[in-house]
Design a protein around this ligand. Structure first.
Ligand code: ADP
Length: 500
């Protein structure tokens, strides 16, 4: 109780002797105390019961007076009373005895109690006074603190704290394990004990940030253990603030990232390996297609010569069949060569202005000859449309799309080609009524060597036509995409900007 509270006590009016006044003050203190103040005889009969006791235990003064003190003692603690009384009988005080007592409603709570003997004028102990304080709050705080301490102790991460001057003030078990210093060894030491000399300047940066109230998150660095081992860690440093809001230190949480780094290194190594293999494969494709091209060119030349020499009709038919197959082979080889050029960044374009409608008409005518079972129609109301680009490469794209439209629509006989002008672009569509492509694979078909294997296991191909087409169109600043429905057909669209 402080002086202010004392000043507020109301004393009985009238003239009082010094002794009476003292008595009255004491009575008032007892009446206003937050603590339970109780007195009892040596037999345990309650002889006084203040308002604090009423509040704490729920019994009014009238209810408690004359009752045995066991009224507020939980049955399993009744034996305590005998011990207390025996101590009191010998004139001893029991100080800050922590136990549990029971309220009228049956709930039990922790108290800290001080019990003193009451003596009569002759000095004989006649009873005991008890001052009891409910310590539920303290116990809860203690439990919470204990729990926090247990968390810190059992953490796999190093948790330590230090003052703003860098003096280590706490050090958990994980820190002992990570750095090899025991708590006794390191508390009071300067944090630089675990900082490698070449990183010592990091400390002033970290403390600088913490002093400004900032947290430093996931700071990757290296610290050094007692045995000189270097430990790569990820560090989180936060300010420690006192009740007044002043920054008084820093807490550090450090995680050993050796394993993480190993995994990253391994990933980087594998990535390098895959890249190397991939480069080798590209190199091989480039070399192989180049080597194939030379003999193919001379085969073509000799076949052409042969076709002018042979007169026999049967032989003439065989030569022309061979020439067709050699042409297909040459186109495959040319595609492969293009792929390796793309990978090496060497695909070049000869840009000029040309009439895209004418290119479509020429390609359609050529295909209609070779595939007279198909009716290939051009739907457009444009007579002429000039674009700039490499006409041979654009023709290559149209060829690829038309070849696919025919190959992937067995048993059908119609292909429609659209040519439209749309918002500064020319848009061309090649529509078939064939097997179609499932929605989730529509984007993949433009990847290198990708083939939708479930639908075209009996249609041969390398999976590079659409990849090349995609490259050519995007390099022309256009777009290419497909719309399709399995069993209904596909339309492959591409755009080219009209003016650039
Ligand atoms: P290829 O036809 O040589 O396999 P492409 O790159 O031209 O290679 O095509 C990739 C894949 O896309 C093909 O394997 C096929 O599964 C699918 N595809 C392409 N065009 C069509 C189409 N018109 N209809 C159905 N599937 C198609």
């Amino acid at each position: 109780m402080d002086n202010n509270q004392l000043n507020q006590l109301t004393l009985p009016a009238g003239n009082l002797s010094v002794a009476d006044e003292k008595h009255a003050i004491l009575a008032a203190i007892i009446a206003t105390s937050d603590d339970a103040i109780i007195s009892k005889t040596l037999e345990g009969i309650i002889t006084s019961w203040n308002p604090g006791a009423e509040r704490m235990f729920g019994y009014s003064e009238a209810e408690a007076l004359g009752r045995h003190i066991s009224l507020i003692i939980p049955p399993d603690r009744l034996s305590e009373e005998a011990l207390i009384i025996s101590s009191i009988s010998q004139g001893n005080k029991v100080d800050h005895f922590e136990t549990v007592r029971m309220a009228k409603d049956g709930h039990q709570f922790p108290i800290s109690v001080t019990i003193s003997p009451i003596t009569d004028r002759s000095g004989k102990v006649v009873g005991a006074s008890k001052i009891a304080r409910d310590i539920t709050i303290y116990q809860k705080a203690n439990e919470k603190q204990g729990m926090l301490a247990a968390i810190v102790d059992s953490s796999d991460d190093t948790i330590l704290s230090k003052t703003l001057d860098g003096i280590i003030t706490s050090w958990n078990k994980a820190a002992e394990k990570m750095f090899g210093y025991t708590e006794q060894e390191i508390i009071g030491q300067h944090i630089s004990i675990i900082i490698p000399p070449e990183r010592i300047q990091e400390e002033s940066f970290l403390i600088g940030e913490v002093s400004k109230g900032n947290k430093v998150d996931h700071f990757h660095t290296i610290r050094v253990a007692k045995d000189g081992r270097r430990v790569p860690i990820s560090l989180t440093v936060s300010p420690i603030v006192d009740e007044l809001g002043r920054i008084i230190g820093a807490s550090k949480i450090a995680r050993d990232i050796t394993e993480q780094l190993n995994i990253e290194e391994e990933k980087a190594r594998l990535f390098e390996q895959v890249k190397e293999l991939n480069d080798k494969k590209d190199e091989f494709i480039g070399l192989a297609s180049h080597e194939l091209k030379t003999p193919l060119t001379s085969i073509s030349g000799y076949l052409q010569l042969l076709s002018t020499i042979v007169t026999d009709a049967k032989a003439q038919r065989f030569v022309s069949k061979t020439r067709l197959q050699v042409k297909k082979l040459s186109m495959l080889v040319a595609d492969l060569l293009d792929v390796s050029k793309i990978e090496a960044g060497k695909l070049r374009f000869a840009v000029e202005r040309f009439n895209i409608r004418q290119v479509l008409v020429d390609v359609i005518e050529l295909f209609s000859h070779g595939h007279n079972n198909y009716r290939i129609t051009l739907e457009t109301n444009l007579a002429e449309l000039q674009v700039s680009g490499d006409p041979n490469r654009i023709e290559q794209v149209i060829n690829n799309l038309l070849t696919n439209a025919i190959r992937y629509s067995p048993g059908t006989n119609q292909i429609i080609i659209y040519l439209v002008k749309e918002a500064g672009n020319v848009k061309i569509g090649i529509r078939d009524f064939g097997i179609g492509i499932a929605e989730e694979k529509l984007q993949d078909v433009f990847s290198r060597f990708y083939r939708v294997d479930d639908i075209n296991s009996n249609i041969s191909g390398l999976g590079i036509g659409l990849y090349l087409s995609h490259e050519i169109i995007t390099r022309h600043h256009g777009k290419i995409w497909a719309e399709s429905e399995p069993g209904v057909g596909s339309t492959f669209w591409f755009t080219l900007p009209l003016e650039r």
